[in-house]
Ligand binder design. Sequence first.
Ligand SMILES: N[C@@H](Cc1ccccc1)C(=O)O
Length: 486
Amino acid sequence: MVEEAVLGYLEKNDEISDSGKFADEKGISHDEIVNVIKSLNGFRLVDAQDIKREKWGLTKEGEIYAGAGSPEVQLFLAIPPEGTTREELQKKLDTSIFKIGCQQAIKNKWIEMGKSQVSRKVQHVDDRVRDLLMQIQNGEAVNAEDVDALKKRKLITPLIWKGYSVKKGPKYTPKRKKVATDLTRDNLLRGDWRELEFKEYNFLAKGQPTEGGCLHPLLKVRRQMQMIFLQMGFEEMPTNNFVESSFWNFDALFQPQQHPARDSHDTFFLKEPSTTKVLPEDYVERVKGVHESGGYGSRGYGYEWKREEANKNLLRTHTTAVSSRMLYALAQDFAPKKYYSIDRVFRNEAVDRTHLAEFHQIEGLICDRGLTLGHLIGVLEDFFTRLGMSKLKFKPAYNPYTEPSMEIFSYHEGLGKWVEIGNSGMFRPEMLLPMGLPEDVQVIAWGLSLERPTMILYGIDNIRDLFGHKVDLGLIKRNPLCRLGL
Ligand SMILES: N[C@@H](Cc1ccccc1)C(=O)O
């Protein structure tokens, strides 16, 4: 409506010379007019020029006098026609009204002040100050002398008034079409999108401030674990690449070639390149020997070991493949070591709320002389206690490469049950001795999942909220733990 008033006026007139006067004439608030002018100017329907005017406004004191009358008149009216004493008068008035009133009334020759007696000198007075203040309040003009006097008494103060003069702009039309912001299904169905005028994009508009700065729980727990390993004196193993040969992933670990884990149901084999190019030949021979007929006090598996199986490339199914490479390298020049790694592994598993086809494994091993299962339990308890998970259980298990072996369980409060978080054991001599490690050296080792402890620590009960294409970012944002830096 206001918009139509502005555009309509310009249709018949050259310009609106003063938005303030225009507002008065139309009986619309000036603020509203200003908003419309700004918007029309933005779309170049009108050309608006600023006008600034100095205007007088009342000070706080001025406003009080405009309401209650000037102090001098208040004082005059408080003196009865027969006069009074200064003391009586003072009682009737505020201190400041009395003081200012006396000054002004004496100056105006309205009253006479004796030692104690006060009397009127005139019969009647007009409150010109109050009238002037009211005129200024109403935006009426007041002559310069009066303005000066009021200014000196600090009853008025200059105000900058801002308004516009307005002419037709290059895109002027008497009536603006409503511009569409979205193309809707209805527009398409009705076909009226052909006639619609669309609002232009404002590429300069600032976007919503981002509420960033949350860390993904997996990254946080991973970093936390890294710190714990480093504090416990471990060194990080280079995790190299995701593609590994069956040899390092299985054969070096004394895992027989018919083992079900090697089945393509559990392992992702590579089509291209399907086989590895280099393996350390002497060591491969010793591995073949231990699989087929044993040695080092073992009877072996007694089957025909095939090089083609060992050559097959796969996506590593565990980072124990990294450990086997590291131990082989270490065997060439032995020294006691503590190693760890945290990286991705892949298993061809059916995905459900606690399983994914790829996850992160935390691998750790200690090789030294005189190590026992007690050391393994102690190290794992120490590690998980530092992580804030002290409810642990160990359960005997079987791995082709460890003896004894233990599965590790932790209690998940949210699920209300014990969840397997890893597997561990002492590497078998059939694995270590062909590498060339000294006979009196033991290796305690473990492989944990990163996802499971993270779910326990963060109370997440579906692994797909944590990893993969359905990650629940809201969950991460809402979790206060994710906002704490580490
Ligand atoms: N490789 C085992 C974990 C493990 C590592 C080292 C020793 C024993 C077990 C797994 O994937 O579950």
